[in-house]
Write a new protein. Sequence first.
Length: 366
Amino acid sequence: MSGRSGESVVSTLRRPEDLIAHGLAPAAALPDLVKVAARYAIAITPHVAGLIDPADPHDPIARQYVPSGDELAAEPGERADPIGDHAHSPVDGIVHRYPDRVLLKLVHVCAVYCRFCFRREMVGPAKETALSKSATSAALDYIRSHQEVWEVILTGGDPLMLSPRRLAEIMAELAAIDHVRIIRIHTRVPVADPARVTDEMAAALKVAGATTWLALHANHPRELTAAARAACARIVEAGIPMVSQSVLLRGVNDEAATLEALMRAFVECRIKPYYLHHGDLAPGTAHLRTTLEQGQALMRRLRGRVSGLCQPDYVLDIPGGYGKSPVGPDYMSRADLTLGKGEYPPESRYHVVDYCGGVHLYPPLP
């Protein structure tokens, strides 16, 4: 993969100097990038580097992965644990925020490091790379002891950074717990390093005794390359249903045409759009966040323009650990009408907005 004309990227780029050498960052940015790298991990795989246009200062792929001096600016309200994982972590590796499901954070490394990551203070090669054997055992014991846990979500870090052998072992241990019926895996690997999704890896995802789902994180249609689509097909054809999650990012996917193309690309890959996340209040990410009003306007544009299969839920993780809330536009309001003879009572009438912006009374007047 080439990050600059004639110069091939053959291994993952992890240092500011490497980014500059391959034309992915200007030399003048080195002092700021060194400061960023001292706090937050950097990793750009050869596959991702090949998607970046170094001649475009606003390249949407670069904006997701290439560090910027903007990350050094902290805004009021930003926090190291923006969605409150720690408040719901009874043992290492477990987040139990909702009654019927837990997160199991097995690894703290990723194939790539997103510049908007809400766990950016917790992941990276400088951190402990994975749960210890004893911590993993304690996490599994916690799941076994909580009968209400129906779903286990493998996250991290990226669970597909595990070897197929180790992943298969964990899947089997989880599936052996009678009340665990669903195992969901959240990953960037199919778009960040698609060659890693081998037949062996796909086979490791499927386990007797539980149903596996895989959630793919991608934010721009250019990430769904032919290689990425082939990796997704390998997973789907192994019998694993897929959903998507994306983050609404300024300068990446905050235009209706881009978001429309992304959601259609997911569906073409047999991936059901699931979540469109509003950007979290992670430190140094203000330059990538939109406003909620912008997000709602984009969701209005999607409605009616693309198939219902392509509609994600626009959600906000409430800071402090209070969970996700849908924050999409509201299409219905109570109608304030004078009650006429034989009509429905006024509290039963509503104004409903259609996909073109027209407003209609429901039920209609006689």
